[in-house]
Design a protein around this ligand. Structure first.
Ligand code: SF4
Length: 321
């Protein structure tokens, strides 16, 4: 567990095998690498109020992943014939990484579906010509669900006030221009919103529907593919630990967890090697740092962190103390 969670829950989330109440802790077996996430580095052009990975123009705790780092992973996928069909690219802001276009091109050249998370602001804008060239080369005509290259753009709220409360002044109009540009050039785009307000999901989706209509974006706010809504990642709120009996009680399967079928590659500042971590939610927690190549990270993961409980398993339910 990381330092924040450890200081807040001194008894919980300590032993990887046993919970604070002495029950066997749940774990997730690895079923094969279906999706590989690349964290391109934590530097970002924005400092969002509640960024779970604390990205900012100064935070380089996760350094830029290099083209060589990615090529080594792609080579391992190929040589070991891993079942990987999708690569996810996240940051920070991926378009700050100097190797980003080469990384995207290498992934597409090897036939992977590519999901790129971005704020669609200036760093992406500076790569417009290269993105169009990439699209001409690899993007399946017409975009949509079959598109090989998909952008997930963060719009935290459907209003300028809500969005800029999180992302800072001046972040709204530029992001809308970025989405306009992507859609008008036929790129496949999904929007990632947040649920940090007290509004119900229905109200938030209706608000986004109004935004999409006003912008003439061909996106469906009630379609969870077109509009994903993410909960807040507050490590300080109390949460139950997950025991082995939780799966049955909650009707949730371990195989549905992200760490059953994916991993994320990061490059820690100053590190000699890349690290392969259990999932995108665990960039810093040492216990979830599984190795320096994909093979070494093919292991069972103990659900020994508040995020495992709150975001992956419980979904609002309770099954232990
Ligand atoms: S937060 Fe925990 S349960 Fe969820 S994917 Fe990551 S390691 Fe697995």
């Amino acid at each position: 567990m990381d330092e924040i969670a450890q200081s807040i829950f001194p008894k919980k989330f300590s032993d990887p095998h046993i919970t604070a109440t002495g029950e066997p802790r749940a774990s997730v077996s690895f079923r094969g690498l279906e999706m590989l996430w690349l964290n391109t580095g934590t530097l970002c052009n924005l400092t969002c109020a509640h960024c779970y990975i604390e990205s900012s123009p100064r935070n380089d705790r996760l350094a830029y992943l290099t083209r060589g780092d990615v090529q080594a992973c792609l080579a391992e996928i190929k040589s070991r014939n891993l079942p990987t069909h999708e690569i996810g690219v996240t940051g920070g802001e991926p378009f700050m990484n100097p190797d980003i276009m080469a990384i995207l091109s290498d992934c597409l050249a090897q036939g992977f579906r590519l999901l790129v998370l971005t704020n669609a602001m200036k760093p992406m804008w500076q790569h417009r010509d290269e993105l169009l060239a990439l699209k001409r080369q690899y993007h399946e005509k017409g975009g949509g669900n079959g598109a090989k290259l998909v952008f997930r753009v963060s719009l935290d709220h459907y209003t300028v006030e809500g969005h800029e409360q999180e992302r800072g002044p001046g972040s709204w109009v530029v992001a809308l221009q970025g989405v306009d540009w992507l859609l008008s050039h036929g790129f496949a785009v999904h929007i990632a919103g947040r649920t940090f307000t007290e509004e119900s999901e229905e109200v938030i989706r209706a608000g986004f529907a109004g935004l999409f209509a006003a912008q003439s974006w061909d996106l469906q706010a009630h379609d969870p593919h077109d509009l994903l809504l993410f909960p807040e990642m507050d490590e300080t709120r109390p949460v139950a630990e997950i025991t082995t009996s939780c799966w049955k009680i909650l009707g949730v399967s371990p195989s549905e967890m992200m760490c059953a079928t994916s991993r994320m590659v990061v490059r820690r500042r100053g590190a000699k090697n890349i690290s392969v971590v259990a999932c995108t939610l665990m960039p810093y927690a040492p216990a979830f740092d599984l190795g320096t190549d994909l093979r070494s990270a093919e292991m069972e993961v103990a659900l020994n962190h508040p995020h495992c409980a709150r975001f992956c398993v419980l979904g609002g339910g309770t099954c232990s103390g």
